[in-house]
Ligand binder design. Structure first.
Ligand code: M6R
Length: 613
């Protein structure tokens, strides 16, 4: 997963940047690079593989200077190779950039720049950024203004740091959306920049966190922050405690909150290196399968528990629609007690964040004994569910500490979407054009997730109104029915409020008897093929004096006349919509639990990894 470190001061930047990158090693990467400014010239070293390769390279070909930037990369566009590693240089060698995120419109920007004579050295999306900045400086803008204007041309979510030989005293850092944070570390006559605070915490505890669409100009003696529209910002300074837990939690009050807000970045990491944005081809190197084997598959059985089981229910829609394979989903805790029918033409897909959930592992063993192909989707690398599977996909969500699973849930949805595309491509159920379109849709996810998170304050305000209710009903249909289940689970596990998830059409078969003015009803009513049906459920709940909170598509003003409160999410193709509809529900559960003074990260009676039956 990508990491960024920057330094400007009086010392040699190289060891400071390298040391910072080492502290981010746990996030994983496939290449790394450093650039420093020395006597008016940018010097750069990059290498693939482990950081020690870069270290060796630097020992053989040392570089030094009082200002520098570094990056660890996890490939998204282009193979892990030295020429694709960051930092990326402009053609005149005067500008250099490191970047986390996905430039969604890089293909069109690259064509535009090529037509103007720009030479591209890498296959990355990042490279367009440095060329845009170089052009804007050539047109007469200073580094900060050129970076600001370049960023206005980028679609997607980004964290960017820029250095230039023309402006040897400064770095410019930008955060757009949630492709990772940007923290400025304040020192004595020196400043640091990092995507993750452990990278610089040994040098300073005074940090400033950039918000989305903010840009900072950083010199040895200070910094100034402005918005991307050019208004100055008076950014607050945070004092970070030394203990490792507070340090890891950073600017957030709880891990769960941090993990919810990390989802733009975690999804970028989930997508990285697995799908080509040019032709839509999916590569799942740890799940090898020939076209012949994929065509012979008759059935997929997903086994999982809790939140992971709900992710599996969403994945059923994705796999059936894109790969045209029937999918059944069962709880790990139930599966082995029904003597399941399996053979070599079935694949059993275990979804487990921890990779150690005993019931899911038992279901995997059952599948192994019956001769099925065994796959897993896991977050914890090296876990049992990864080791015993024939093939696996990692979630790449990074460590999830909060007991309530959030970022692992959305990552496992995206993993299943990639699996569905992969199988669809192997089985011939997807055309090249469809694959390309799906890749473009996936590329938008981190940015759109960021848009939902930007509205967190509205959910927080709503939580204050809802905190004292004792029962909630969550309704959804189709692919968003499992999201109703997940929203209800989130609320009950951390706030101890009774909540039930129901398929909306089933409401009239029983639960409607519960609805009165003491029952908030949360309805996922986005504009899809079941929208009208959801509106009619909302009307039925309102007719019984229920308090209706709708999760609706941005721009749908009609629903305001039906529901008491509306939480908007951006429009996405229906198969990807759960990735955004779940986020307001995670936020609602979180803020209600905070309002009730509950122990959000370690709710009573629950453990992060359930290793007992
Ligand atoms: O590690 P796993 O994904 O296998 O865990 C499964 C469940 O125990 C887990 O999802 C649980 O439901 C969470 N507390 C939900 O937030």
């Amino acid at each position: 997963m990508c990491g960024i470190v920057g330094y400007v001061g009086q010392k040699n930047a190289t060891p400071i940047v390298l040391n910072g990158l080492k502290r981010l090693e746990y996030r994983g990467y496939d290449s790394a690079g450093i650039a420093v400014l020395n006597n008016g010239a940018i010097e750069r070293r990059r290498d693939v593989g482990k950081l020690e390769n870069l270290e060796r390279r630097l020992a053989d070909e040392p570089i030094s200077g009082a200002i520098g930037i570094g990056h660890t990369r996890w490939a998204t566009h282009g193979q892990p190779s030295e020429r694709n590693a960051h930092p990326h240089l402009s053609n005149d060698g005067q500008f250099v950039v490191v970047h986390n995120g996905i430039v969604e419109n890089y293909l069109e920007l690259r064509e535009l720049l090529r037509a103007q004579g720009v030479r591209f050295e890498s296959e990355t999306d990042t490279e367009v950024i440095v060329h845009l900045i170089a052009q804007l400086v050539a047109q007469g803008h200073d580094l900060t203004e050129a970076t600001r204007r370049a960023c206005l041309q980028l679609r997607g979510a980004h964290a960017i740091v820029v250095m230039s030989a023309r402006y040897p005293d400064r770095l410019v850092a930008v955060r757009i959306g949630n492709a990772g944070g940007v923290a400025l570390g304040i020192g004595q006559g020196e400043m640091y920049i990092a995507s993750d605070i452990p990278a610089i915490l040994e040098y300073t505890r005074q940090l400033v966190f950039l918000e989305s669409r903010q840009l900072a100009t950083v010199t040895a003696n200070g910094y100034s922050v402005q918005t991307l529209s050019g208004e100055p910002v008076d950014a607050a300074i945070h004092q970070i405690a030394w203990d490792p837990v507070s340090a890891a939690r950073g600017e957030y009050r709880h891990f769960m909150q941090k993990e919810i807000f990390e989802q733009g970045r975690s999804l970028t990491d989930t997508i990285r290196g697995r799908i080509s944005f040019e032709d839509g081809r999916v590569t799942l190197s740890d799940l090898p399968l020939s076209a012949d084997e994929a065509r012979r598959l008759k059935r997929i059985v997903t086994v999982a528990c809790g939140t992971s089981a709900y992710a599996g229910l969403v994945g059923k829609f994705m796999l059936e629609a894109l790969a045209r394979i029937p999918v059944e989903v069962d709880y790990g805790s139930e599966y082995r007690y029904r003597d399941p029918i399996l053979d070599g033409d079935c694949a059993v897909l275990a979804i487990t964040q921890s990779g150690e959930t005993v019931d899911t592992l038992a279901a995997m063993e059952e599948a192994r004994e019956k001769g099925a192909r065994l796959w897993s989707i896991v977050n914890v690398i090296g876990s049992q569910a990864m080791r015993i599977a024939d093939g696996y996909i990692t979630m790449q969500a990074g460590p999830e500490i909060g007991v309530a699973s959030t970022k692992a849930f959305t990552a496992s949805l995206v993993d299943q979407y990639l699996l569905a595309l992969y199988l669809g491509q192997l089985r011939g159920t997807l055309s090249a054009e469809q694959a390309r379109q799906h890749a473009q849709d996936i590329a938008r996810l981190p940015d759109l997730v960021g848009h939902v998170l930007d509205r967190a304050a509205e959910v927080e305000a709503l939580a204050k109104k809802l905190r004292d209710y004792q029962n909630f009903l969550y309704l959804g249909r189709g692919i968003n029915y499992p999201i109703a289940l997940e929203g209800a689970l989130k609320l009950k596990e951390i706030s101890y409020i009774h909540a039930e998830g129901y398929p909306a059409g089933e409401m009239k078969h029983g639960p409607i008897a519960l609805i009165d003015e003491k029952m908030p009803v949360l309805a996922i009513a986005i504009q899809d093929s079941v929208y009208e049906k959801m509106i009619s459920q909302i009307e039925q709940a309102k007719a019984r004096r229920g308090i209706v909170i709708a999760v609706a598509t941005e721009g749908d003003t009609f629903i305001q006349s039906k529901a008491d409160h509306v939480l908007y999410v951006p429009k996405l193709p229906p198969l990807l919509s759960p990735v955004v509809t779940v986020i307001p529900l995670q936020l609602l559960a979180y803020y209600v639990a905070v309002e009730r003074g509950a122990d959000v990260d370690q709710p009573r009676n629950l453990a992060k990894s359930v290793t007992v039956e």
